[in-house]
Design a protein around this ligand. Structure first.
Ligand code: PMP
Length: 430
């Protein structure tokens, strides 16, 4: 077995940047080599309780036996990527998805959340004949140009309402012309959304219903309803990006919790418990643009690996588990146990924001309402030290302040109790 340092050196030697997704970059000398259930093991043999869950897909825990068996079974049965016509397994998955999320009249299946958001925006543009896109600061919708604003910009300037922020790109190489049609406003700020809708020809507003890439920032009462109403008045397609919330907080997504029906929804991550699969679904009249016979109006859906049998098998097996009686109640009781325990440990040093099994400790005195609130009030330095101290004790949170933690169905009550015990010890030292 290679040592940690050897593996890191080899990756740095052959991989541009040393990691295959820059979001994964850390300055820790840790290389994980195994994962099972709620546990990770590194190249030195040290074990960790995992709350990172690879940025949240592993809702059932790593290498869940039923998901692994379903993928193995698909291979044994000679399911393959044939690339001609449809398949029985994608038909079954689509049926399960539409049945699980009532707002999905039709679906399309992709490999990643970014592909799904790119296609959702294209659909919205084709449907409305307009080009501009509005999105909140502090949200993440993937890596492509059309959503490519910085997620946690530090030099964002003071709060603007009603109005928009200068576009701070997440990457070099995003064309100026693209930036011109993207409008960045605060989360929970209906006045700014309305101002954008009045000023520009807006095709869609895309947002996570709960911001879960800067921790867990919930919508204020009435905010999502307000977005729905504004979109209706201005002929704007409302897209909920449920890549993180979907299937994790409830079988039918956060939209079933808030009761607001988006025009389109995007899901990924938890739907296939770590296998690469994402989807778009929503209103029939918009989704049918994928099937339009007039080629000038048709939106192309394409991808060699769309509906890959291994991922489809994983998604079907995952959904079958998520649909079993009591699944979400059990997950909630585990998550609430952690929430209660952490609240008790933190006292007035932090607040826990939680959406089902997704949680985040903010070292401030209230649950934030937007990125500015986090930036102005959260103790980033303390958060970083807290995460590093936990990692040292074998509790793995991604070592970047404000990253969401994820409880999985594989976390037992004793895992939670052990986490609380270690957190109490860590907090006493900080
Ligand atoms: N939307 C949201 C809300 C996400 O959290 C992510 C990934 N973190 C994406 C889209 C992009 O998904 P992917 O990384 O699968 O392209």
């Amino acid at each position: 077995m290679n040592t940690t340092q050897q593996i890191i050196e080899k990756s740095n030697r052959y991989i541009a940047g040393g990691v295959v997704s820059l979001n994964r970059k850390t300055d820790l000398p840790i290389v994980f080599v195994k994962a099972q259930g709620s546990r990770l093991k590194d190249a030195e043999g040290k074990e960790y309780l995992d709350y990172h869950a690879a940025f949240a897909p592993h809702l059932l825990g790593h290498n869940h036996p039923k998901i692994n068996a379903a993928v193995a079974h698909a291979m044994e049965e000679c399911w393959s990527l044939v690339g001609s016509g449809t398949t029985p397994w994608e038909a079954r998955l689509a049926e399960l998805l539409c049945d699980s999320v009532p707002n999905l009249d039709l679906v399309q299946i992709f490999n990643s959340g970014s592909e799904a958001t790119a296609n959702a925006i294209r659909l919205a543009r084709a449907f409305t004949g307009k080009d501009h896109v509005v999105m909140p600061i502090g949200g993440y919708n993937g890596w492509h140009d059309e959503v490519g604003r910085a997620v946690m910009p530090i030099n964002v300037g003071s709060r603007v309402s009603a109005g928009e922020y200068p576009f701070i790109p997440i990457s070099a190489g995003i064309p100026e012309s693209t930036k011109q049609r993207l409008h960045i406003v605060n989360f929970n700020d209906l006045e700014s959304v309305e101002a954008m809708f009045k000023k520009y020809p807006v095709a869609c507003l895309i947002t996570e219903p709960v911001l879960q890439n800067i921790g867990v920032v919930p919508p204020a009462p009435g905010y999502l309803e307000g977005l729905r109403a504004l979109c209706d008045v201005h002929g704007v397609v409302l897209i909920f990006d449920e890549v993180k919330t979907g299937f994790r907080c409830a079988l039918s997504g956060y939209q079933s919790i808030c009761g607001v029906k988006p025009d389109l929804s995007v899901f990924g991550k938890a739907v296939a418990n770590g296998w690469p699969l994402a989807l778009i679904g929503g209103k029939r009249e918009i989704m049918e643009l994928f099937a339009e016979t007039d080629l000038r109006k048709r939106v192309l859906v394409a991808g060699t690996y769309n509906g890959h049998p291994a991922s489809v098998a994983a998604a079907i097996a995952t959904l079958e588990i998520l649909r079993t009686e009591g699944f979400y109640q059990d997950l909630e009781s585990r998550s609430a146990r952690l929430h209660r325990g952490l609240t008790d440990i933190f006292g007035n040093r932090a607040v826990i924001s939680r959406n089902g099994s997704a949680f985040c400790a903010y070292f401030m005195n209230h649950i934030p309402c937007d990125w500015h609130d986090v930036l102005e009030n959260h103790d980033f330095d303390f958060d970083k030290r807290y995460r590093l101290a936990l990692i040292k004790c074998g509790i793995y949170h991604f070592p970047l302040p404000c990253k969401q933690g994820s409880v999985s169905a594989a976390h037992t009550d004793s895992d939670i109790d052990r986490t609380l015990e270690l957190t109490r010890e860590v907090m006493a030292t900080l």
